[in-house]
Design a protein. Structure first.
Lengths: 367, 291
């Protein structure tokens, strides 16, 4: 049953539309992430759920109750901020107990609940400390405990890990997910970090320029992107210009070299299209099982730890990036070597021709 | 064609490296800078201490040592009564000023940042409009009409507090505003709201305690203005400390110098109280990712 429902949400700041046509239904206990670049409207949408912003049109409902215009302090929604937003004048225990005090719980009840939450976040002996006496990761765990103390209907997290260093970020995101599963609380998580979104979520909402680009499980989002933007934003991607040879059979030419796709697609012969191909789908060397092959010259080889990234420039301009697992026996090509790369017919995707391809171009330009 | 990847964090290290290299280049000049710093410091200290010493020395030139201090503190009843009156008026002024300024500055920062220049302009008006004009305006407006306040002691006290509240605007607003600037009021407010707190609780339990030092600074400046103010108190015929000082300066030789030293001592005591009260402050700004 739908627990959190956003229907036809639109938010305008003057003439500028921050969010348009946003629809989402989240189940009780579901973990949903809003993923997108800065300015895509993900935080604005989260703030509308929290009640800090009101939608220009559309409705927000929690557990069947319309809360579109309810003030934030009447929604019972817990929020965790990027900047932690712990009250500097209060101890950790007072911060966690703040919401319970407002709910007029007895001192014993507050003490018990605070103790439970301190255990939950693995800081049982830090109740008497002030926020400035804690590390960033510890502060964010306290902020999470404070948001959970009130047993909120929905937990909202606004880029909670982006101020932390990489190792703590990974550790804390597992902790957040584990606590969320343990409590079964409906959670909306805002991030621009695809790895975070993919590893944490039951479903991911990819957003761009105030619109929902795609909603799906992390597996669907990564493997079956429906728009050019999603394909390019999530993961590393080759976006190769191609020309339709026979759409019904899935035949395309890239830089004059023929390839075949596993599925047919729409498009007349000679039409220019864009073909998306993940680097991990591409192998160095000729195919032995009838897979697609492209030939070009090596333009760059770079070590990225567990993988080696090789760039192969095809005749006619486009470059194919491929990732190989790093192992001691790996034989790497030299620069300017002519090599053949191969990939299965299931690998390439024809990007939705209706999608805003200019977004991809902008990203390409940035990269 | 294209290969799209996200981010390149290694580049972020470069400004830090440049910074440390710059510091290393500066190091040999540190000794010269240090000497210059001491010279500036000594000049500054002398600028303040020499007049103070001169005043102290003059106040002690009486035939009997400390006679001027004795006369003021123990033989002149007006000293204590006028000081107490001004202190009481000062406290009321501070309370009224805080009640007006804190919610205003908070709301402007939180919801109406575009109004900030206008509010700043309004709070600066006391620097432009002399107290003499202000008090004449008050006398003219409140001598007759719907609110004739000049006919009673209470009315005059209300008028003097109102005038002092206006005079304190620039100091109180700036203190409070800089205090608010030092904390992330937006996130703190929203965090408190999401916990279920309403506006009064947010102000009293979250905002006020976190700008305590700023409030104390503003309050102290206000008190200092009220204690020494002459024009308004004189025209409203109030038994305040300012007119008492003027009278003393006209009639006596050594006592005004003694009062100056006493005032200086009181000022230091007040500053000590601020330092003491602010010592336990937890208003340290949280920098994301710090520590």
């Amino acid at each position: 049953m739908t627990y959190l429902e956003l229907t036809n949400i639109e938010k305008r700041f003057g003439e500028a539309a921050a969010v348009t046509g946003f629809n989402l239904q989240a189940e009780r206990g579901e973990f949903v992430s809003f993923l997108g670049p800065s300015g895509c409207g993900k935080t604005t949408t989260l703030r509308m759920i929290a009640g800090f912003e009101h939608p220009t049109s559309g409705t927000v409902a929690i557990d069947g109750h319309d809360v579109t215009y309810a003030p934030p302090n009447k929604r019972n929604v817990g929020m965790v901020f990027q900047s932690y937003a712990l009250f500097p004048n209060m101890t950790v225990a007072d911060n966690i107990g703040f919401g319970l005090k407002i709910r007029k719980r007895s001192k014993d009840q507050i003490r018990k609940r605070v103790g439970e939450l301190l255990e939950l976040i693995n800081l049982p002996d830090k109740g008497g400390r002030y926020p400035y006496q804690l590390s960033g990761g510890q502060q964010q765990r306290v902020a999470l405990a404070r948001a959970l103390a009130i047993e909120p209907s929905v937990l909202l997290l606004d880029e909670p890990l982006s101020a932390l260093d990489a190792k703590i970020r990974v550790a804390l995101r597992h902790e957040i997910r584990s606590i969320q599963r343990q409590l079964g609380i409906t959670t909306v998580y805002v991030t621009h970090d695809q790895e975070e979104a993919l590893s944490l979520s039951d479903r991911v909402v990819v957003m761009s320029e105030g619109r929902m680009e795609q909603v799906g499980t992390p597996f669907e989002i990564y493997n079956f992107p429906t728009t050019a933007f999603v394909a390019s934003f999530v993961g590393t991607l080759n976006v190769l210009p191609g020309v339709v040879a026979d759409a019904g059979r899935g035949d395309v030419t890239i830089a004059g070299q023929p390839i075949r796709l596993a599925h047919s697609f729409e498009g007349s012969r000679g039409r220019e299209i864009k073909v998306a191909l993940r680097p991990e789908m591409v192998s160095l060397g000729a195919s032995t099982n009838g897979a697609n092959q492209l030939t070009g010259k090596v333009t760059d080889v770079s070590f990225l730890g567990s993988i080696v990234r090789i760039r192969v420039g095809l005749d006619g301009g486009p470059t194919v990036v491929l990732d190989s697992f790093n192992e001691p026996t790996l034989k790497l090509p030299a620069l300017e070597d002519t090599v053949t790369v191969s990939f299965p017919q299931e690998g390439p995707l024809v990007l939705d021709p209706k999608a805003p391809v200019e977004s991809v171009e902008a990203l390409i330009a940035e990269a | 064609m294209s290969n799209v990847g996200i981010g390149n964090r290694a580049l972020e290290v470069i400004p830090a490296l440049e910074g440390s290299a710059r510091d290393a280049r500066r190091r040999p000049r540190f000794g010269a800078n240090r000497v210059l710093s001491w010279i500036v410091f000594i000049i500054g200290v002398l600028y303040f201490l020499v007049p103070l010493y001169a005043t102290l020395e003059f106040s002690l030139r009486t035939k009997v040592p400390f006679a001027a201090y004795n006369n003021v503190l123990f033989k002149d009843a007006n000293f204590a009564s006028s000081l107490l009156y001004s202190a009481a008026i000062g406290v009321v002024t501070i309370v009224v000023s805080l009640l007006i300024i804190v919610p205003t500055a908070y709301w402007v920062r939180l919801r109406l940042p575009r109004l900030r220049p206008y509010v700043e302009f309004v709070t600066l008006l006391p620097f432009v409009i002399p107290p003499l004009i202000l008090v004449f305006g008050l006398l003219r407006a409140y001598s007759t009409g719907p609110l004739p306040l000049t006919g009673s002691e209470l009315g005059l006290n209300v008028l003097i507090v109102a005038a002092y509240v206006v005079l304190s605007f620039p100091y109180m607003y700036r203190s409070v505003d800089s205090g608010l600037q030092a904390i992330d009021i937006r996130s703190l407010t929203e965090a408190a709201q999401s916990m279920g707190a309403g506006w009064p609780r947010i102000l009293l339990t979250v905002i006020f305690p976190n700008i305590r030092v700023a409030l104390l600074s503003g309050s102290f400046l206000t008190l200092a203005i009220v204690i020494g103010e002459y024009t308004i108190a004189s025209f409203l015929v109030r038994p305040a400390f300012g007119p008492y000082l003027a009278l003393l300066g006209r009639d006596k030789a050594f006592e005004p110098a003694a009062v100056s030293i006493i005032s200086f001592g009181l000022t230091w005591i007040a500053m000590g109280v601020i330092a003491l009260l602010g010592r336990g402050s937890r208003t340290r700004v949280q920098v994301a990712g710090a520590r």
